[in-house]
Ligand binder design. Structure first.
Ligand code: SF4
Length: 399
């Protein structure tokens, strides 16, 4: 594994330096020939602590955004699959070197599309599917998920030939708690009136959590936090419009909506209620008691995705985040044919309305064909938010 570089050393852009480390680590994953098994996982309900305790190299499989790769994946699917899962299949079939390097894939049954897709991935590399209970408040769900983790532990031991000790799991719980905590703290810098990073930059830096060895990643993020926290945050000119992005997964490589919101329309995404932004870093795991139990409970207790029931848990959690980060509006984006967030739209939009935060619902895929149409709708929404913000600011000044 590569040694820590110096992201953010004097005169160096700390975010660009982190991206260089991420690129290097991805290449190191592909090139490594030291006998350590290489695994990929789909979804945030797969426990990195356990993978790391098993001594395997591990990466999250969440590349997306490229329509050529989607077309390759489409050969295996019906058109009714979301573009994220088509891109995943396209990466396997199109021989993406990162996906080609894998010895095994672990897929959490986050939705039925992922389940079907994992059966197709099995044509390229062996897959183990982790069942995920929906009714997380039930003791029977918690016991079931614990059993799934016991089974996963055995599967990893068989794959590697190594015993996974309780001590190794415990050590990784502590390590990943620290990592989540620092990523949450970096995100919280965006609570400032003038955030030191954009939403696109936050998503880009978060990819390191899924690609870099955690022991290497922790000092890099601590250093990055110190540098960003020290950045001058005084506001000159008008305060930017603050937005939350909620909804389906935003793949590594899919920045279409962020390009419109931040690049073309000048607003700022300051928080995310989706699974590749800050949401996976809101919780921390118990550091005492049986470590495997702490792991299964902790993963069920994370800020819920729309697969969990009741769905109001997810919409309320998203609403709390929006309030905590004082957003002016919410962009709820779901991938076409997303069976979790597409069907859940009404629940989310009704809740955002109830708490008084304007929200716009957008359904999208990775093609550019609807760019103009989406931009027009988003632009009208941003205009309305700006008028509303100016009125509120005026009222505040006059108070
Ligand atoms: S939850 Fe939605 S976006 Fe995610 S894999 Fe399932 S259908 Fe696709």
């Amino acid at each position: 594994m590569t040694q820590p570089s110096n992201p953010g050393g004097k005169g160096e852009d700390p975010l660009a330096a982190l991206q260089a480390v991420i690129a290097r680590e991805k290449q190191a994953f592909i090139d490594a020939k030291d006998g350590r098994k290489k695994i990929g996982y789909l979804c945030n309900y797969a426990p990195q602590e356990l993978f790391n305790a098993a001594g395997v190299r591990h990466v999250r499989l969440f590349k997306g955004g490229d329509t050529d790769v989607v077309s390759i994946g489409e050969r295996f699917t019906q058109s009714v699959f979301c573009d994220f899962t088509k891109a995943c299949l396209g990466s396997f079939s199109g021989n993406d070197p990162l996906y080609k390097a894998l010895d095994r894939v672990y897929a959490a049954h986050s939705c039925n599309t992922i389940k079907r897709v994992s059966e197709i991935i099995n044509q390229f590399v062996p897959v183990k599917l982790l069942s995920l209970p929906k009714l997380r408040a039930l003791q029977s769900s918690r016991d079931f998920f614990h059993e799934e983790f016991i089974d996963l532990r055995k599967d990893l031991e068989k794959l590697t030939g190594n015993k996974i000790t309780d001590e190794a799991i415990q050590e990784n719980i502590v390590l990943y708690n620290k990592l989540r905590h620092i990523l949450k703290k970096i995100s919280e810098l965006r609570k400032r009136a003038n955030p030191p990073i954009t939403g696109a930059e936050y998503l880009d830096l978060v990819t390191g959590f899924y690609y870099i060895d955690p022991k290497l990643a922790l000092p890099l993020y601590e250093d990055l936090y110190a540098k960003l926290a020290a950045k001058e945050s005084a506001l000159t000119g008008e305060r930017p419009l603050r937005l939350m992005m909620a909804g389906s997964v935003v793949a590594d490589g899919d920045r279409r909506m962020l390009d419109i919101l931040e690049g073309e329309l000048g607003s700022r995404v300051v928080v995310e209620a989706h699974c590749t932004g800050v949401r996976p870093f809101l919780h921390s795991l118990r550091e005492n008691g049986d470590p495997l139990r702490a792991l299964s409970d902790g993963y069920l207790d994370q800020a819920p995705c729309a697969k969990m029931r009741p769905l109001s848990d997810s919409s309320e959690s998203a609403g709390r985040l929006a309030q905590e980060y004082s957003v002016d509006g919410i962009i709820y984006v779901y991938l076409k044919f997303c069976i979790c967030y597409g069907v859940g739209t009404k629940e989310f939009m009704t809740h955002f309305q109830k708490i008084g935060i304007p929200a716009l619902e957008v359904s999208s895929d990775y093609s550019e064909s609807d760019h103009g149409q989406i931009k027009t709708r988003v632009e009208a929404f941003i205009e309305m938010l700006n008028e509303r913000k100016d009125n509120l600011d005026e009222q505040y000044i006059g108070a």
